[in-house]
Design a binder for this molecule. Structure first.
Ligand SMILES: Cc1cc2nc3c(=O)[nH]c(=O)nc-3n(C[C@H](O)[C@H](O)[C@H](O)COP(=O)(O)O)c2cc1C
Length: 524
């Protein structure tokens, strides 16, 4: 079987794997913790508004609620995603443009668009009681007016009326660069918002790639076959033929302030003086019985942090390992609690002592302002386990020697960088506002004595006894047995052997031969 033809085939697969829950009863869209391996996506099949309005669309949430759910959509295991991404970047497959596709089954334009427009779509509210927004958070397609190259980026479009949206593209992102170029030419930028694409396209839209690279071609590289596209009806852009829904439009010369909404750092975003460009909707096309895909966003973990973690890990891994020729990089781990961007751990097998700093410096130069706290750990530390990372921080680094603070960073949405309601200038450097980053080399700087756990053979014996006694099932984490870290004398080995063979007397006699007269702790 080839790759999923559409979102619906992917949902069937999730259902087969017990990873999808269908809500057939009514769910009001304005109001609504399990371990990661038990999380599911939710398909709401009967969506109503708080005022009783019935919506013609279903709503998919929590997709991806876990790395496993996303990996099922990419045809690999969670551990294989970054390598699959890397290979797709190295071997992209050009998309194919066809005459028509299911996304054009239904068309809303002219008078119909005027009458109901965006209001006709049942959209979930992210943080009911706090959020002043309903929005799409999916793939936004734009083109560079000078080169004609396309970009697909995952950005939010906040509804601002039946036919208008505030399009929130942060300045470093490629859609924002396109918008500046169109505006300089005195033209309105065409935009297409894609809802309900297949997971390969979702990942490509959310993952930072070099400016000019075609996300559809990388998505084709993941699928191993071309993404099928169709031309939009009212703008010169291409969208996936089997997407659930597309909102076509163009940017206006107007801006509007946001209302508050939840965002990835886990706080409601303070928006007082942030003005955002307005897009005018020209047409909405969709499949019959369409599925609106919502991204829950706010206190992590959310589908947003799951997707962003995977996207940033894949992109950084590819950048460090393949583009910057750092074969020692083994893994990149973004943590949900860091909102995916602010706490990043790189695992590496260091060859030269400066390897960790090459990785840390490269990370700070990466376009997307990643890694407010960036840590490099050795290959024996699980970069995804906070306990293991804290252990490395506690005993493999010295603050005066192994840490650097760098300044003049964009705060993005970091609420600790400046108080709410300050001016744009006050958000950035110089101090006291502005954002900085902490780089930490938490790798061993010299050989250490072994990890203080029993040798593997003794732990294996203990595990056999544990099982025989039917004690509670164990979830072993690294390290679960002792191992060497380079420093170990023959004499240490001999002493340890005397203990495990019960030859205590021999050991005590041996150590006793080296006795010296009592002296104070600081006397030579
Ligand atoms: C769920 C989700 C929501 C996002 N929302 C936004 C957003 O509203 N604005 C934005 O500029 N970036 C947002 N991002 C980040 C961008 O999608 C990401 O950095 C992507 O690489 C940008 O693509 P580009 O480099 O082609 O511009 C979001 C990412 C995810 C996963």
């Amino acid at each position: 079987m080839g790759y999923f033809a559409d979102l619906r085939q992917y949902l069937t697969r999730l259902e087969e794997k017990g990873k999808l829950h269908r809500f057939k009863g009514e769910v009001v869209k304005e109001t609504r913790g399990v371990p990661e391996d038990q999380r599911k996506s939710f398909l709401f099949e009967n969506v109503v508004g708080v005022k009783g309005r019935r919506y013609g669309n279903r709503v998919l949430m929590g997709c991806p609620a876990s790395r496993e759910i996303l990996a099922l959509g990419l045809g690999c295991s969670p551990e294989q995603i970054k390598e699959k991404w890397s290979q797709a970047c190295l071997h992209p497959v050009e998309p194919e443009i066809g005459a028509t596709g299911p996304v054009h089954e239904m068309v809303l334009e002219g008078q119909d668009l005027e009458k109901s427009g965006l209001e006709s779509i049942g959209v979930p509210v992210d943080t009911p009681g706090f959020s002043g927004s309903v929005r799409t958070t999916t793939q936004v397609v734009t083109k560079d007016p000078e080169t004609g190259t396309r970009n697909v980026g995952q950005y939010s479009g906040h509804f601002a009326g039946r036919r208008e949206m505030r399009l929130a593209i942060a300045p470093p992102h490629h859609g924002a660069i396109h918008h500046v170029k169109w505006s300089r030419q005195g033209k309105k930028m065409p935009v297409a918002i894609v809802i309900g694409a297949t997971p390969n396209i979702t990942l490509a839209g959310a993952t930072p790639v070099p400016y000019g690279a075609d996300e559809y071609a990388i998505a084709g590289g993941i699928a191993g076959e071309p993404v099928k596209l169709v031309k939009c009806r009212t703008v010169d852009l291409e969208v996936p033929a089997t997407a659930e829904m597309v909102i076509e439009g163009e940017m206006t010369d107007q801006m509007e302030a946001h209302a508050a909404f939840g965002d990835y750092p886990g706080y409601v975003y303070e928006v007082g003086n942030r003005f955002v460009p307005i897009m005018r909707v020209k047409c909405i096309t969709h499949r019959r019985d369409p599925i609106f895909v919502g991204f829950d966003i706010g206190y992590p973990p959310t589908a947003t942090t799951v997707l962003e973690c995977v996207a940033i890990e894949a992109s950084l891994y590819q950048h460090l390992k393949r583009e910057l020729h750092m074969p020692g990089v083994l893994d990149v781990a973004c943590h949900y609690s860091g909102g995916a961007r602010n706490y990043i751990v790189i695992q590496m097998k260091k060859i030269a002592p400066w390897d960790p700093w090459q990785a840390l410096n490269a990370l700070t130069g990466f376009g997307a302002m990643l890694g407010k706290i960036s840590i490099v750990v050795d290959d024996d530390i699980d970069p995804r386990d906070p306990e293991a990372v804290n252990w490395a921080l506690s005993f493999r680094m010295q603050p005066h020697r192994d840490m650097r603070v760098i300044t003049h960073r964009s705060p993005l949405l970091d609420v600790s960088a400046h108080p709410p309601d300050c001016s744009n200038e006050e958000r950035h450097f110089p101090s006291p506002s502005g954002a900085s980053a902490l780089l930490i080399d938490a790798t061993r700087k010299w050989a250490y004595a072994p990890v203080g756990l029993p040798k593997k053979e003794y732990m294996e014996q203990a595990l056999a006894i544990w099982e025989r006694e039917k004690l509670p099932k164990l979830d072993l984490r690294q390290p679960w047995h002792g191992y060497h870290l380079g420093y170990w004398r023959e004499e240490d080995e001999d002493n340890a052997q005397l203990i495990v063979t019960g030859e205590y007397q021999k050991l005590w006699e041996k150590l006793g031969r080296n006795r010296v007269p009592l002296r104070g702790p600081f006397e030579a």
